[in-house]
Design a protein around this ligand. Structure first.
Ligand SMILES: Cc1ncc(COP(=O)(O)O)c(C=O)c1O
Length: 426
């Protein structure tokens, strides 16, 4: 082929080739913990990072390697690292960048689990988050201090579906010599490629739309290859000699994929959240249909948002795909093929209506996940955010009237019919 392959082609072929031993066309599941060395010198070269190769599945595995190459190609990065979950991806990136006592700035519009991870669990590592408001870019700049090492945002934020101004925040990060990390879970590279707007690192929960079938956990770190880790002394794991690897300086040795290497040979090796080869295979299979699924998710979500907007029992709908939504301008700029499939709406009947609505649905599943082929729903105030006081629920975007939907790829008329009959019960 003379031209660079298109997105749909990369989603099927990037990283994969027929198995050299058996001719198997689908990527095999290399369900093995470990790999035989050719000889002692080969083993020594692998352990010393002089040669790339498989040692042990916690660190590297051929099925995982295909998944990594594929996602790096789809995101336009230099390298990627597959891990056990989206949370593991976030942990390993910050492990490579932060020292005890360090800080990072994060958008306050994030998946609730990330807010917990950053705000509570990371404190035990002496890593500290400062929150900023994605609708007020100056708040990112104001939150940057001497110890800040990175900025973290979601491209499309879960659950509100807000499309973040990636380029605007990248400009602030770079002016302060900081990398921008973007969680691209909700958009996927089909809708938005953050590297094209200034992101230096992209992370994913592959558990959602990338795998796409609600059956396998996974996460990914994509090194965009754009950040100079040696421009300051802020990132010693990348710019200083590593004692456990005979004094190698990772950035000097691995250049524009040094972050992906650091996350693998230090973070994954020592903290251990490896993805299983089986899950890597399931997610690879899911990615083959990502462009078809994502477009259908978005088209269905827009149809549902329009239906809800016109419904007498619905107070408001927050979906950036709607022309009059606050986020529509950013959607046209960063995610023009669609605004994703996860969004919130409010019921005029408040808490009781929310409970009656989720209990009244017949086809749409009431559960705490997004990004499945199936349509999913949750009423946060009676489930995930139940323990919070009313004012805390509202601050978290989980007030008593709020319902979150993740629209699947079923027939749109069936989705709307189910919503309609459940609304009638509220
Ligand atoms: C936007 C976003 N990022 C990260 C995560 C965490 O991913 P995982 O559940 O795979 O750890 C989630 C999970 O819902 C998510 O929605």
């Amino acid at each position: 082929m003379s031209n660079a392959p298109g997105f749909e082609t990369l989603a099927i072929h990037a990283g994969a080739r027929p198995d050299p031993t058996t001719g198997a066309r689908a990527t095999p599941i290399y369900q093995t913990t470990s790999f035989v060395f050719n000889d002692v010198d080969h083993a020594a070269a692998l352990f010393g990072l002089q040669q790339f190769g498989n040692i042990y599945t916690r660190i590297m595995n051929p099925t995982q390697a295909v998944l990594e190459e594929r996602v790096a190609a789809l995101e336009g990065g230099t390298a990627a690292l597959a891990v056990a979950s989206g949370h593991a991806a976030q942990l390993l990136v910050f492990h490579a960048l932060l020292q005890p006592g360090d800080e990072f700035v994060a958008s306050r519009k994030l998946y609730g689990g990330s807010i917990n991870q950053f705000g509570h669990s990371f404190k035990s590592f002496d890593w500290h988050v400062k929150w900023a408001d994605p609708f007020d870019l100056a708040s990112f700049e104001a939150a940057i201090g001497e110890k800040t090492k990175a900025i973290f945002i979601e491209s499309i934020a879960n659950p509100g579906g807000i499309v973040t101004d990636i380029a605007g925040i990248a400009e602030i990060a770079h002016r302060h010599g900081l990398p921008l990390i973007v969680d691209n879970t909700m958009a996927t590279p089909y809708l938005c490629r953050p590297a094209e707007h200034g992101a230096d690192v992209v992370v994913h929960s592959l558990t959602k739309f990338m795998g796409g079938h609600g059956n396998s956990m996974g996460g990914m770190i994509v090194d965009c290859g754009t950040f100079d880790w040696s421009a300051s002394d802020r990132y010693p794991m990348l710019s200083q000699p590593r004692p456990e690897y005979a004094g190698i300086v990772l950035h000097q040795t691995f250049g524009n994929f040094a972050l992906a290497i650091a996350c693998r040979v230090l973070g994954l090796r020592d903290l251990g959240p490896a993805i299983s080869p089986f899950n890597a295979f399931m997610i690879l299979t899911g990615i083959e249909t990502l462009p078809l699924r994502m477009q259908r998710h978005c088209d269905n979500a827009l149809g549902v948002a329009r239906f809800l907007k016109g419904h007498e029992k619905v107070a408001w709908v927050s979906y950036a795909g709607l022309e009059d939504d606050l986020g529509h301008g950013n959607m046209l700029r960063y995610s023009p093929k669609g605004a994703g499939a996860v969004f919130t709406f409010g019921l005029k009947g408040g808490y009781e209506a929310g409970v009656a609505f989720v209990e009244g649905l017949e086809m749409i599943s009431h559960l705490a996940n997004i990004g499945d082929t199936r349509s999913l729903v949750i009423h946060p105030a009676s489930t995930t955010h139940r323990q919070l006081a009313a004012d805390q629920q509202i601050a978290a975007g989980a007030g008593p009237d709020v319902v979150r939907l993740s629209i699947g790829i079923e027939n749109i008329e069936d989705i709307i019919a189910d919503l309609d009959q459940a609304l009638a019960k509220t």
